[in-house]
Design a protein around this ligand. Structure first.
Ligand code: ASP
Length: 316
């Protein structure tokens, strides 16, 4: 039997060390462990990788600690616009949604696009219409509200800044209070050696109306292919789009024969830095090997496999 494994992230660029209290650290780690365990239990019962990543991401979406679903960041117009995607490495089928509001679990809508529509990517009004047709109920804005996110938005509203967070050295960030992305994602390899990836986000604080990041873009923020690996990214979306990051990791494995670890490190520690991007990713190959590189101060992350390994961590 294949080694089965799962990895999750809750965003690269964490609260800067001085701002992280022991209580907050415990809360983040507990939330990560719950998400990890939920996905892992699907794999343990012989379930498939697509189910495992969807379940793990849903748990993270339901936690206000992360910037996806409940707790999503505010846009420039004080609303929430969420993006999500999912990909099945066995079939190369994929689903994505963007610019959606009021949907409790965007990752499930992305999965429905993959399985119940003839398209890959639905955005805005069209995605909302599709949700309605598939009987999604809408949460009101209060459900997504989080005080910290609102304060982050108040701090930069009416400026051209959108919060790239997480790197104190990034432009426009010198007076930011905390520094984090909170996009969530999961990658998994099941007992049959099939892999999948899912990613979900509220995007970036104070982003312009209509801005779409890398998270819902297949090949940029999310990708899975049984020939190589499954990847979910987090970081400065504009750069991850331009670097076609997730697909680049896969290509380095396919064309250059790199291992998942080597390919992921090459992209995060070299290629994305060269164009000015920061963030991280999680990746798994069909043998269940996991890589989780990041070039920020930290990345909320966790991984677990059938050989008994289990770890959740935040900083390096
Ligand atoms: N990559 C996400 C975006 O640009 C942000 C994040 O990772 O938190 O929308």
């Amino acid at each position: 039997m294949n080694t089965f494994s799962i990895a999750i992230h809750g965003g690269a660029g964490t609260l800067v060390k001085g701002m992280m209290t022991p209580e907050k650290e415990v809360a983040y780690k507990e939330a990560l462990q719950i998400a990890l365990d939920s996905g892992y239990s699907i794999l343990e019962k012989g379930g498939n990788a697509v189910d495992a990543v969807e379940v793990a991401v849903k748990v993270l979406e339901d936690s206000p600690l992360f910037n996806a679903g409940k707790g999503a960041v505010f846009t420039a117009t004080e609303t929430h616009e969420m993006d999500a995607s999912i990909m099945d490495g066995k079939t190369l089928e994929a689903g994505a949604v963007s610019l959606i509001t009021g949907i409790k679990n965007p990752v499930s809508l992305a999965r429905d696009v993959m399985e119940k529509s003839e398209h890959v990517f639905l955005a805005g009004e069209g995605a909302m219409q599709f949700a309605k047709t598939n009987n999604y109920t809408l949460e009101n804005p209060d459900y997504f509200y989080d005080e910290l996110r609102h304060q982050q938005w108040l701090d930069i509203k009416d400026t051209d800044n959108f919060q790239l967070d997480h790197a104190a050295t990034s432009t426009k960030l010198s007076n930011q209070k905390d520094s984090k992305f909170g996009t969530v994602g999961a990658v998994a390899c099941d007992k049959n050696g099939n892999i999948a990836a899912a990613t979900s986000t509220g995007g970036m604080t104070n982003k312009r109306y209509g801005r779409v990041g890398d998270s819902p873009m297949i090949g940029a923020g999310n990708y899975a292919n049984n020939k190589t690996c499954a990847i979910s990214c987090t970081g400065s979306g504009e750069f991850f789009i331009r670097g076609v990051v997730a697909y680049d990791v896969s290509c380095l494995m396919e064309y250059k024969g790199l291992s998942v670890e080597e390919a992921a490190i090459e992209v995060i520690q070299k290629r994305i830095l060269e164009i000015g991007g920061d963030g991280g990713l999680i990746a798994v190959d069909t043998q269940g090997n996991i890589a989780m590189p990041f070039n920020t101060e930290g990345m909320y992350r966790g991984s677990k496999n059938s050989k008994g390994f289990n770890e959740v961590s935040i900083y390096k």
